[in-house]
Design a binder for this molecule. Structure first.
Ligand code: HEC
Length: 119
């Protein structure tokens, strides 16, 4: 009898953990490029940041293309993101999220039709 309860509570705890991580994922999935940029880039690249301030209009479209295809992984794979569980930036941001961030950055780059900060 006690054993059954123990197993049942382990199962329930497991389900709670899965449900919670699912929620976090769903939240990230629903976010658009701007929200993702704010949440996953601005945390380290806001005004006065030691890492440099970066918003979409900081760079021109070619520079963003180059950053996402050449530099991003090299310069962020060893950077720990304390705002997101202390994981590496490249582990926190999924490929789908990065696609959205990239599109937002390029759509609103300095030489785009609608230059923008991430708000
Ligand atoms: C946890 C902190 C952190 C996060 C999150 C982060 N960066 Fe960085 N970023 C850095 C650091 C550290 C550097 C290196 C600064 C240096 O070399 O002086 C850097 C460098 C850069 C550079 C300069 C070019 C380069 O690669 O060296 C750009 C552009 C950049 N980041 C954009 C972004 C974008 C866009 C995002 C979101 C997808 C992002 N960063 C997320 C910390 C972060």
């Amino acid at each position: 009898m006690h054993r059954t309860w123990k197993i049942a509570s382990i199962v329930v705890a497991g389900m709670v953990v899965i449900a919670l991580s699912g929620l976090a994922n769903a939240r990230d999935k629903k976010m658009d490029g701007q929200a993702l940029f704010k949440e996953h880039c601005k945390v380290c690249h806001g005004a006065d940041s030691d890492n440099g301030e970066y918003t979409p209009m900081t760079l021109i479209q070619d520079q963003w293309e180059e950053f996402f295809s050449d530099t991003y992984v090299d310069t962020h794979k060893d950077v720990v993101d304390t705002a997101h569980g202390g994981k590496k930036v490249t582990e926190v941001i999924t490929p789908e999220m990065l696609e959205k961030i990239k599109k937002f950055a390029i759509d609103h780059a300095a030489d785009s039709e609608h230059p923008m900060t991430c708000g």
